[in-house]
Design a protein around this ligand. Structure first.
Ligand code: SF4
Length: 425
């Protein structure tokens, strides 16, 4: 390549759209990280024993304190329409709230069974809100596997909160998307040093800190899977700030620069604030990139993080994406990412799992990112895999986590090289 070769991005890459069988978690999974974040909320899944098992299994060993989620189990008599599911739900909620006065926000979460038997949870939430407000806000969203993939649960949850947020005319920055507290604190301290205050977050850690929203609210997403929340905030009059997502040094810097530009902050001051964390991230990512450089990667669609992560891995770690699958491609949110992702990979949206498995087997990428269900069979065929769900459960945003993010991809490659030294050649 000569030095003056113009950069060619994926902006105009045709998208391979597939609508077949999917192998992904449902939106209930989002409750695992949301219940940790929102400390006075409770998530009541209206579902089956399968839903309860999924939550317990995904939550692993976390239940040391009073849990902030549970399942109202629909029994056979409910499914057969022999019981008044609404009356039972009202009783369950009354019992829960009398036992747990710490709950300030209650989410009724729909599932496949509640959708199949058509329990109207929106109406139930309205009715229960009338009974339990102002002490407890009752909202609803769907985490059903019929409608949602796993990160869409967070989107549905946050979108359900937006219409209930108070109104304001204040000029405020709103950062949208659940981050681990330690990562959120790093981000807030950089924004404060840049002079971006006042800054609010959605979700907030406690319901008393919920943001207000209005025509002078500027908002920016930290997660790429928040399309419905993005639309709901625009409907409330707020203005979005478009940016790449804060993964890696470059993504984080462009994200902060977009905020600075939207708020008219002094660029020299912003760059001075960002200089040290940028340098740290560049150095730490470069060390991990040694393992990743020149290695090919294939993404199955799982979390909607795939395009931003492929951009980070290609540009900062020297990896070569072969296929980048995403459950949904939100053109507006992904435009800044596609403009940075170097031309070359197939971009696919949705899934037809057998066809995609054929492509993954043909590509035999150095690393295949996929769901738990596909990882074991592919490993047995000699492919190196990474579980997509780890990318959502691990702190990976902004500068201080950039090397950890790269490390998540480097570890399985190193492990494979140790097990089969010829694979490292
Ligand atoms: S919501 Fe549907 S896909 Fe998710 S655990 Fe319940 S039954 Fe399974």
């Amino acid at each position: 390549m000569s030095l003056d070769t113009p950069f060619r991005s994926c902006t105009d890459t045709p998208v391979l759209k597939e609508r077949g069988q999917r192998e992904v978690f449902c939106g209930l999974t989002g409750i695992i990280w949301l219940h940790r974040k929102m400390q006075d909320a409770f998530f009541l899944v209206v579902g089956s024993r399968t839903c309860a098992h999924l939550l317990q299994a995904a939550a692993g060993v976390m239940i040391f304190a009073e849990p902030r989620f549970g399942t109202a189990i629909l029994e056979e008599k409910d499914l057969a329409g022999l019981a008044d599911a609404n009356a039972e739900l009202d009783r369950e909620v009354a019992r829960l709230l009398s036992r747990r006065p710490d709950i300030r926000q209650l989410f009724l979460v729909g599932s496949c069974p509640s959708e199949v038997i058509k329990i109207d949870l929106a109406r139930a939430a309205e009715r229960l809100d009338g009974v339990h407000a102002p002490n407890v806000r009752v909202l609803n969203f769907s985490g059903s596997g019929i409608e949602t993939t796993f990160t869409e649960g967070e989107d549905a949850c946050l979108a359900s909160m937006v219409p209930a947020l108070p109104a304001t005319d204040a000029t405020e920055l709103l950062v949208v998307g659940a981050l681990p507290d330690v990562v959120e604190d790093q981000m807030l301290s950089l924004l404060a040093a840049m002079g971006a205050g006042p800054v609010r977050t959605l979700p907030a850690r406690r319901s008393t800190d919920l943001p207000a929203v209005g025509p002078n609210t500027r908002f920016i997403l930290v997660q790429p899977f928040l399309g419905a929340t993005h639309a709901a905030l625009i409907k409330r009059g707020a203005t979005p700030i478009s940016a790449p997502f804060p993964f890696g040094e470059e993504g984080s810097t462009l994200w902060f620069h977009a905020v600075a530009e939207a708020l008219g902050l002094d660029r020299a001051k912003v760059d001075a604030v960002l200089a040290a964390p940028r340098a740290r991230a560049q150095k730490s990512v470069a060390a991990v990139a040694e393992t990743l450089r020149g290695k090919s990667i294939f993404f199955f669609p799982d979390s909607q993080l795939e395009i931003p992560l492929a951009r980070f891995l290609a540009r900062e770690c020297g990896m070569v994406p072969v296929e980048v699958g995403t459950p949904y491609l939100h053109r507006e949110l992904m435009a800044p990412e596609l403009a940075l992702l170097p031309h070359g990979p197939t971009i696919s949206e949705g899934q037809d799992v057998e066809l995609q498995l054929d492509r993954a087997r043909a590509a035999r990428a150095d690393l295949t990112v996929c769901g738990l269900g596909l990882a074991n069979p592919l490993e047995a065929e000699g492919l190196t895999t990474k579980w997509a769900i780890e990318l959502v459960f691990t702190p990976v945003h902004f500068y201080e986590q950039a090397a950890d993010l790269a490390g998540l991809f480097a570890r399985p490659i190193r492990r494979r090289a140790l097990l089969t030294p010829e694979a490292a050649e």
